[in-house]
Design a binder for this molecule. Structure first.
Ligand code: GLN
Length: 475
């Protein structure tokens, strides 16, 4: 079995500085995805191109967690540069799901598959992953643990190797919700601005956002939870659909109001994501040229046609090359208007869909009055004011249970992209989302991952609800 944790420190060398160790710190074991820089281990993004790379500095998030008691137990296997949904595109080989029956090789999900497995097998208490379009939530769903993607801009990305900057978030994986909630909120991690990360929210904006969202979750009887009808896709495994509906019923039995809601632009989300993410990736990966970063081939400089092609051709895996080609094409002058610009427009529509259904306004924008004429004709109206508004959304995290590795190898890359259909909308809108494991009686051998999504910066209440859902539907 390819180990989830690819490197362990023989000496467990700790480099945190004593004066930054907080008095409220509680010791815990932290696994770190291989695209997040740590001083004591190499940072290689599971890529041949970074085969020799060790970062001279540490990511802010690792430093922040060390101050809160983390000792880094190792770096974890992943899809190369975060591109993938099954942790199979790795120089180290695929990650395997520990929940699979003996003799079966099943995906652990990706791209943060190694982080999920490290937590699932209790090699770590918390793991850091990155979630650009679902890479924390999907492996959490497949391995029966909790995966949390915070609001975009909350946790620092400094020291995280970028894949698609406008979507990348650092996420946390754990066996329960509470340990994530404590770390992010009780230790005030969510308040910390990082001046080294231009996408880290300023202190003033954090304070404004925090004022705009209620601090605590009310009783379930005071909550309205939306079931996005567009997420009920034909490809959904019937047992996952059953887990979804059983969870909604359990919440309803506790007094919550469950209502169907429509997010019409969801249907376009996947296409928009697979234009925007590769476009950003192709630009980010330009620096792996064998000069600034990456391994230089044995040939003399400029032997053959160019200096770069040998290093890039040998160093990158097939999926990364595919994304570079997709991205450079959609950014070309010929294709820009038809692809990249259209995808950005769809992204805006998706954000508006979410803002329309959530009761809370998005604290990043001026409150917006939605015109009924902008909504699709079949949108059900609550009253004369418009359609029903909700506090949270509930959906499955992935359309199916984890497939076998042998089946994944036979499928096309488009099939893997399809797997992200339920996670990318929240990523495109920058919203917080969490996947929790749910098991219903006589269900499948794997738990189903259910996803909760909240309005921007409503993370604290989102985690409180996720904790309730997980306990209600205890695996
Ligand atoms: N599977 C998606 C992709 O390959 C998401 C990856 C991620 O969130 N890092 O782009």
């Amino acid at each position: 079995m390819t180990a989830a944790v690819v490197r362990r420190s023989a000496l467990a060398k700790t480099k945190w500085h004593l004066n930054s160790y907080r008095s409220d710190a509680k010791p815990f074991r932290l696994a770190v995805k291989d695209n997040i820089a740590t001083e004591e281990f190499p940072t290689q993004c599971a890529s041949g191109v970074l085969g020799q790379h060790a970062s001279p500095f540490e990511a802010t998030i690792v430093r922040q967690l060390r101050a809160r008691g983390a000792s880094v137990v190792g770096k974890t296997n992943m899809d190369e540069f975060g591109m993938g949904s099954h942790s199979v595109h790795s120089i180290h080989g695929p990650v395997r799901n520990p929940l699979a029956p003996a003799g079966e090789e099943v995906t652990a999900g990706g791209s943060s598959g190694g982080s999920a497995v490290a937590v699932a097998i209790n090699d770590a208490d918390i793991a850091l992953g990155t979630d650009t379009g679902g890479s924390v939530r999907l492996p959490a769903a497949y391995t029966g643990i909790v995966g949390y993607k915070p609001s975009y801009g909350m946790l620092s990305r400094f020291g995280v190797v970028p894949y698609a900057n406008s979507l990348d978030t650092v996420g946390l994986l754990a066996r329960d919700v509470e340990s994530i909630r404590q770390l992010v909120f009780d230790t005030a991690l969510y308040e910390e601005h990082d001046s080294s990360d231009p996408t880290s929210l300023s202190v003033e904006t954090r304070q404004r956002c925090s004022k705009a969202v209620p601090p605590t979750l009310p009783k379930l009887s005071q909550l309205t939870i939306g079931i996005p009808v567009e997420y009920n896709i034909d490809e959904l495994d019937p047992a996952i659909r059953e887990a979804w509906s059983a969870t909604a019923s359990a919440l309803e039995a506790q007094g919550a109001r469950i209502v169907p809601v429509s997010l019409p632009s969801t249907k376009e989300a996947l296409c928009a994501y697979y234009i925007l993410a590769p476009a950003e990736a192709s630009s980010n990966l330009a620096k792996y040229d064998g000069v600034r970063y990456g391994i230089r081939g044995p040939e003399a400089d400029a032997a053959g046609e160019t200096l770069y092609s040998e290093a890039r051709g040998a160093g990158f895996g097939a999926e990364v090359k595919r994304r570079i080609l997709l991205g450079t094409y959609s950014l070309s002058s010929e294709a820009m208007d038809n692809y990249f610009i259209q995808a950005q427009k769809i992204r805006r529509l998706i954000q508006q869909d979410f803002d329309r259904v959530f009761r809370l306004d998005n604290p990043l924008y001026e409150p917006r009055q939605f015109d009924l004429s902008e909504m699709s004709a079949d949108t059900a109206l609550e009253d004369k004011q418009g359609p029903v508004q909700v506090d949270f959304l509930l959906s499955p995290t992935a359309p199916t249970y984890p497939p076998k590795l042998s089946d994944i190898m036979k499928r096309s890359s488009i099939d893997a992209y399809m797997n992200d259909v339920l996670t990318v909308p929240a990523s495109l809108a920058g919203l917080p989302a969490v996947s929790v494991p749910v098991k219903i009686e006589q269900s499948h051998q794997f738990p189903a991952g259910l996803q909760l999504i909240a309005q921007y910066w409503d993370d604290r209440r989102l985690l409180a609800l996720a904790d309730k859902v997980m306990k209600l539907m205890a695996v």
